[in-house]
Design a protein around this ligand. Sequence first.
Ligand code: PLP
Ligand code: TYF
Length: 394
Amino acid sequence: MFETLKPQPADKILSLMAAYREDPRADKIDLGVGVYKNPEGVTPVMRAVKAAEQQLWQEQTTKAYTGLAGDPAYADALISLIFAGSVERDHIAAVATPGGTGAVRQAFELIKLANPSVRVFVSDPTWPNHISMLKHVGLEMVPYRYFDEETCGVDVEGMLADLKGARKGDVVLLHGCCHNPTGANPNSADWKAIVAILQETGATPMIDLAYQGFGDGLEDDAAATRLIASSVPECLIAASCSKNFGVYRERAGLLMAVSQEAGQVAVTQGTLAHLNRQNFSFPPDHGARLVTMILTDDALRADWKAELEEMRSGMLKLREQLATELRRLTGSDRYAFIAQHRGMFSRLGLPPEIVERLRADHAIYMVGDSRLNIAGLNANTVPILANAIAETAG
Ligand code: PLP
Ligand code: TYF
């Protein structure tokens, strides 16, 4: 039967990773896949994660199954990090998932079960896995305007106009902070306008929160999620711990469904557990347990926050350095948006030919849509990138 299988389109980001690995040039620069790297180019195991792992190794007495929803203490800890009491705990159904991707996938499954004729509104552009999973699950997709190619900021007017086309029974997929792939984000006034439209239309928001702590800080990065979840009757949040705890391969995610109607929560919780059972039964526990240990221990939590803050401020400094360097070299403010963008990514708005020339002539690897991973840079490579951009794109 396998002969009926057809080759599947490759993930462009993962293919770029492979091309980079094969490039023999010693001075190559990897600005592709969204993985944090320190100035030495290493994706470190965070200090608090190491400490928690050591403690876990000594103290853990069993690796027997948890539950279909994972360890409830994990959901409690992450809910308190994300919501900080802005939504009552008993209004939230939550299940652990294999990474943020697993949370997104399970959210799509839940949506399909609740309303098979749903339309899911997605930002243009969005994370490519949103699109491929929506197709795979068989849900209708409606793109909404998001990125303004001229300013490299959010096309707020276009976005709001398109979101007005959603109706009750539809889902609006939003990036809670640090938009992937553009780096451009709504400001707080924009978020209020988005909430007003959600209230008007009755569409259900779904928030993908994969970078809390990478933009303006742990609290600010959760502000839009808190505002939305406390302003609308229902919403979904797919959270990832991959980036902010650096536990990528452990696959720690959490899917949350908030209902203003507390009486709804038990059935939603049961449905989420049922969907976990259909796909993988018990979610991975190791990463989730480390996250729980860190969030519930004062010393580990303080050290984790300090290290996360170092990572965040390092990325902001690189943004500022790159914007300044490009202003000097081009004599224009055309790249000032790089310092305004937040998170790991910026879309530079360069055509694919320029992205290709940067790779061929300068061994600089960014995604074809001109998305670069800021964390792939350091103080020494910023001027190299700036020179290459100024030379090829002006
Ligand atoms: N959502 C977005 C927008 C992402 O960029 C990512 C990627 O890292 C994820 C979700 C999920 O990541 P993971 O499955 O590694 O937790
Ligand atoms: O956008 C990125 O680079 C990250 C990592 O299939 C990633 O979100 C990339 C591709 C993929 C899963 C994760």
